[in-house]
Design a protein around this ligand. Structure first.
Ligand code: AMP
Ligand code: MG
Length: 344
């Protein structure tokens, strides 16, 4: 299959391209499109066969349910059994990078929920995503548009790298603004529980629902996550990766990088602006300013893919403290590095 990439300017959206994407989705085809978090691999969320095709195309484990994307809150009511008062309070964060888990209605195909009785719903804020869903007039199932296990794509060319020849259309809307996936919060049981940390942090959500807690698996590595996706190998570059956190992290990375390189290992470093100069003769990418966690989350996945393009064998990366947005970033980095994190 030939994969077409069509560029859309988000300040002047070409409705012909939106219609083309929506028509393909309505016909049951897969289309990749930008959202504010990462690029999504979309399919009609009401078409079981199309949803099965998402799993096949991404090589996604069959027990990992999909998020349904809507373009207005009215669309929600047919998809879920009940909308609680807690959910209504969270609607203040919609549209945006928040996924809410509800008890599902009968309308939802079993493939979407991986056979479970709950469904994940998100109302994205990205104009291109919203336009496509609005035009299709159906909820769109859209996991991240990468081959499972790889870092999520945050631009059209990273999407193309994984999906070229597998889907008919990628809508190119430039870089995803946020760069890490949505926060997933489960409201289907008594206590609202964060299953996946994201742009909206525990601290921010507690301002709206003070009783919000983190899933035990986010606190204790030995607990099985409630969100199936959290248990798989994820966000992994081809290179091996080690993460260091703490005041001495950059010095430590410097020593390690020199030592590995002297053993003939091709080393890439993922560090902050203030350390870029001293790593002059290494493969290196900056996360930007070390105090700007939003910029760091924006850059993370693209940087990991860039490291693979540079052909490094080993990535040495500086991480951040595990609170606020740092918690969400470290959740991704920990998986990218297969748990290889050292606190110094
Ligand atoms: P992705 O689509 O790649 O961003 O992954 C979606 C995430 O949402 C995965 O971690 C899924 O396991 C999680 N998810 C989707 N639906 C549900 C659900 N009904 N219950 C719990 N987690 C879910
Ligand atoms: Mg994903």
């Amino acid at each position: 299959m030939q994969t077409e990439v069509l560029r859309v300017d988000r300040n002047n959206i070409d409705q012909k391209i939106i219609k083309k994407a929506a028509d393909l989705l309505k016909k049951g085809e897969l289309v990749a499109f930008p959202t504010e978090t990462v690029y999504g691999l979309g399919a009609s969320g009401l078409n079981d066969e199309s949803c099965k095709n998402i799993f096949k195309t991404k090589n996604r484990p069959i027990d990992n349910p999909l998020i349904l994307h809507i373009s207005n809150i009215d669309m929600l009511y047919n998809l879920v059994e009940e909308v609680s008062e807690d959910a209504k309070k969270l609607f203040g964060l919609w549209p945006g990078p928040l996924t809410i888990i509800f008890k599902k209605s009968k309308l939802i195909p079993t493939t979407v929920t991986a056979g479970g009785d709950t469904v994940a719903i998100r109302f994205p804020v990205d104009e291109i995503a919203r336009n496509i869903i609005e035009e299709a007039k159906i909820p769109i199932a859209a996991p991240s548009a990468n081959i499972s296990g790889r870092p999520s794509p945050t631009n059209a060319s990273d999407c193309f790298f994984d999906l070229d020849g597998k889907i008919p259309l990628i809508v190119d809307g430039g870089e995803s603004r946020i760069g890490i996936e949505s926060t997933v919060i489960d409201l289907s049981e008594d206590i609202p529980t964060i299953l996946r940390p994201g742009f909206y942090t525990l601290e921010m959500l507690r301002e709206i629902l003070p009783q919000v807690r983190l899933d035990d698996a986010l606190v204790d590595d030995n607990v099985v996550p409630k969100s199936p996706g959290q248990k798989y190998k994820h966000y992994a570059p081809k290179a091996r990766m080690q993460v260091y956190v703490g005041d001495r992290a950059a010095d430590f990375i410097y020593k390690k990088a020199r030592s590995y390189r002297s053993q003939g290992i091709r080393v890439g470093v993922l560090i902050f602006d203030d350390d870029m100069e001293r790593f002059d003769d290494f493969y290196k990418i900056s996360f930007g300013d070390r105090n700007d966690l939003r910029q760091m989350s924006h850059k993370l996945f693209a940087a990991l893919r860039q490291m693979d393009k540079m052909g490094v064998d080993l990535i040495l990366a500086e991480g951040v403290m595990d609170n606020n947005l740092g918690k969400s970033i470290m959740n991704r980095m920990k998986k990218s590095a297969a748990g290889n994190i050292e606190y110094l």
